[in-house]
Design a protein around this ligand. Structure first.
Ligand code: NAD
Length: 295
């Protein structure tokens, strides 16, 4: 393994500057993380209010660190200075890696990926933060699919250590090694996985949610299940609270992708708890109503 890591390290391109497309929950988090670990990043969106929100979130996280004595106002200013907001592609022209983090719509992502190739150097690497869309499918919209792979962060980016680096069938070794190196530079723990529905994490998580839904169908109390998982099993949160954090709309969509990808293992007979919550518009923390109430 050591030998392999050394070889991969040699293949990796130096990532001295980066760009993120999309300044939403994930794009803002990726920009903050890259900037605070010393890689300047351009954060591009199509809307000024989104850029303001992304920068505002980064400033909030930094202010909290200064208050806790973990940073200084000067360091905070330096990190914010490492994030360049942009509404057009011009400032991303020198980026070594571009992370696409726009809305989870295959058509929007495909057109953004095709577009961005025309604005970066020939050897720039492009990665998608998609949660559910096939990397091989997205690669079809690119002229140079060898420079493309998945780079799947988890929410909240500054707290969650894992990054799934998803290898498409045309991703080059240099692309994978460079994205692994960039994730490590960001202080994250990258794992390389092949392209498949759910990648790694959702293939583990959704059978767990299915088990949870089965317990509820058999009459279990969701709050008691959470308590058991947290207090007795030692997990940071139970399944109901986790679904509230992820969002039941996001969970519902990902569950459908898993059911389609693995009909024999993840297919369903009838509605389960995630369907019922979604149909009742109880999306979790984002709209203050989920398994728990947040108002
Ligand atoms: P979001 O809706 O908060 O942000 C998306 C941003 O993309 C918006 O600011 C929007 O203005 C911008 N955008 C739309 N079209 C654009 C374009 N053409 N160019 C530039 N910006 C554009 O979404 P999010 O939750 O940050 O999710 C972004 C991606 O990350 C999705 O693919 C999602 O599946 C993935 N993801 C989300 C989470 C999560 O928990 N939210 C976790 C992991 C991965």
């Amino acid at each position: 393994v050591k030998g392999k890591a050394k070889k991969a390290g040699k293949l990796a391109k130096n990532v001295d500057s980066a760009a993120v497309l999309g300044a939403g929950i994930m794009g803002g988090g990726i920009a903050y993380q890259s900037a605070s670990k010393g890689t300047p990043i351009v954060m591009k969106d199509i809307a000024q209010p989104a850029l303001d929100l992304g920068l505002g979130e980064a400033a909030k996280l930094l202010t909290a660190q200064v208050k806790r004595g973990r940073s200084t106002p000067a360091k905070m200013a330096a990190v914010l200075n490492n994030i360049t907001p942009a509404l057009d592609y011009a400032p991303i022209k020198d980026a070594d890696v571009v992370v696409e983090a726009v809305v989870e719509h295959p058509k929007v992502k495909a057109s953004v990926l095709a577009e961005v190739e025309g604005h970066v150097a020939d050897d720039a690497i492009i990665a998608s933060n998609t949660s559910t869309i096939s990397i091989n499918l997205l690669a079809k919209s690119m002229k140079k699919p060898e420079r493309f792979c998945g780079m799947h962060f988890f929410n909240p980016v500054h707290k969650m250590p894992l990054v799934e680096v998803i290898r498409g069938e045309n991703s080059s070794e240099e692309t994978i090694a460079s994205v692994v190196a960039y994730a490590s530079k960001m202080g994250k723990t990258p794992i390389v996985v092949n392209d498949c529905p759910g990648f790694f994490v959702n293939r583990v998580l959704f059978p767990y949610f299915a088990g949870f839904s089965g317990l509820l169908a058999d009459g279990a109390d969701f709050a008691k299940v959470d308590k058991v998982m947290e207090k007795q099993f030692g997990w940071p949160m139970g399944p109901a609270y986790l679904l509230d954090v992820v969002g039941l709309d996001t969970g519902h969509h990902a569950q459908a992708v898993m059911a389609e990808g693995f009909p024999d293992r993840m297919g369903k007979n009838g509605k389960d708890a995630i369907d019922i919550m979604f149909e009742s518009e109880r999306f979790g923390q984002k709209n203050t109503k989920g398994f728990y109430s947040y108002s």
